[in-house]
Design a protein around this ligand. Structure first.
Ligand SMILES: [Zn+2]
Length: 338
C-alpha cells in the first residue's frame, strides 16, 4: 500500500468520531514500534518527522524506512507528515521527497522561535496550501503558539502567552484553505507542560469547543499532547534518570477534544520516556550487556506499548480497514473540485 494523504484519514476519523495519534520518528526502532502497534490494534496511523528528524536521518534513510513500513504493513494506511515545517521551502522539500502531508507552522518566523504576525501566517500558509494541494498533499496550519521547545522549534514560553483566538481561527481557515488546524490551548512541547494536574486555568479545552462550534468542518490538531505518565517518569528516575516532577495532558481531556473536532493528536515525549526508561533499566540491571539489540529491542517494545495504548484511547484502533486508500492523484481531483 502506498502512503495515504492525511486529509482522507482525518475525514474518515471525523465521520466515525475518533482521533488519530501522530507519532514522531527518528530511527528504525521507532518506526517499527509504531507499525507493530498499528498492526496489533488495526489502526490507521500518522507517522511524522520534524526538521530535526530529517536532519538526523539524512532524509534518505527516513524515506526508505517509511517505504519499508508501507511494504511490510499493506493492511495499514500510513500518512507520512512533516511536523512543524518552518518555511514553504521545508514543506516543498518534504513534498518532493514523498511526504503525503505537511505542516506549515507560520505561527512562528522561519527561525522557529519568534512569534509571527497573523498576516505573515496567512501568507506563508496559503502559499504552501496552493503548492501542496496541486500535488494532492494535505496541509496542517497553526494559529497561536505553543509553549516549550522541541527539536529546536518553539517559543520556549509556558504556553499561556498566545492561545488561539476563535474569531481569527475562522478567518485563518477561510483565507488559507488548510485541511487541519493546530490550536494553542495552553500546552507545551516537551516533558515539562504543567507543574500540577492541569485544570481550566491552564488547559483551555473550552477554546477547542468554541473553535469547533464555529468551524465544524475543520479538523483540529492538539500538539504537545503527551500525557507524561507518572509511571514512565518513575521508571526513568528509578534507573538513574533525572526527570523533574511534571504533568502532561490527561487522556480524558484529549478524549473530550476528540468529541469536539480534534482529529490529530501529537505524541512524542511519552515515546521518548518509554524508550529511555527501557534502556536505563537494561543498563542498570544488566551492566554486562553490550549488544545494542539487547537494549534497543526492549526500548522498541516499550514504545510499542505506549503507542498501542494511545491508539486504543484515541479510538483509531480497529479502523485500519474501513476505507479504500486514496492516492495523491485522487486528492488532486478532490481539491480541484472545490
Ligand atoms: Zn508541535
Amino acid at each position: 500500500m502506498p502512503l495515504v494523504p492525511m486529509r482522507q484519514l482525518l475525514d474518515e476519523a471525523a465521520a466515525k468520531g475518533y482521533g488519530v495519534g501522530a507519532f514522531n520518528v527518528n530511527n528504525m526502532e521507532q518506526i517499527q514500534a509504531i507499525m507493530e502497534a498499528a498492526k496489533e490494534t488495526a489502526s490507521p496511523v500518522i507517522v511524522q518527522a520534524s526538521r530535526g528528524a530529517r536532519k538526523y536521518t539524512n532524509d534518505r534513510f527516513l524515506y526508505h524506512l517509511m517505504m519499508a513500513a508501507a511494504e511490510l504493513y499493506p493492511e495499514i494506511s500510513i500518512v507520512l507528515h512533516q511536523d512543524h515545517g518552518n518555511s514553504p521551502e521545508t514543506c516543498k522539500s518534504a513534498i518532493e521527497m514523498g511526504f503525503t502531508s505537511v505542516m506549515m507552522d507560520g505561527s512562528l518566523m522561519p527561525d522557529g522561535k519568534t512569534p509571527s504576525t497573523f498576516e505573515y501566517n496567512v501568507k506563508v500558509t496559503s502559499e504552501v496550501v496552493k503548492m501542496a494541494h496541486d500535488k494532492g498533499v494535505s496541509v496542517e496550519g497553526e494559529l497561536g503558539c505553543l509553549g516549550g521547545i522541541e527539536d529546536g522549534h518553539g517559543t520556549g514560553g509556558s504556553g499561556q502567552e498566545h492561545l488561539t483566538d476563535p474569531d481569527q481561527a475562522v478567518e485563518f481557515v477561510e483565507r488559507t484553505g488548510v485541511d487541519a488546524l493546530a490550536v494553542a490551548i495552553g500546552t507545551s512541547h516537551g516533558a515539562y507542560k504543567f507543574s500540577k494536574k492541569p485544570d481550566k486555568s491552564v488547559l483551555a479545552m473550552d477554546r477547542i469547543l468554541e473553535i469547533h462550534k464555529r468551524l465544524p468542518n475543520c479538523h483540529l490538531v492538539m500538539h504537545g499532547s503527551s500525557s507524561v505518565p507518572k509511571e514512565l517518569q518513575d521508571l526513568v528516575n528509578k534507573y538513574g534518570g533525572k526527570i523533574k516532577p511534571t504533568f502532561g495532558v490527561p487522556i480524558e481531556e484529549i478524549q473530550i477534544g476528540i468529541k469536539n473536532g480534534v482529529r490529530k493528536i501529537n505524541v512524542d515525549t511519552d515515546c521518548r520516556l518509554a524508550i529511555t526508561g527501557a534502556i536505563r533499566q537494561v543498563f542498570a540491571e544488566s551492566p554486562e550487556k553490550f549488544d545494542p539489540r539487547e537494549y534497543l529491542g526492549p526500548a522498541r517494545e516499550a514504545m510499542k506499548k505506549v503507542v498501542s495504548e494511545r491508539m486504543k484511547a484515541f479510538g483509531q484502533a480497529g479502523h485500519a480497514g474501513d476505507f479504500k486508500p486514496m492516492s495523491l492523484e485522487d486528492m488532486k481531483k478532490f481539491y480541484k473540485k472545490r
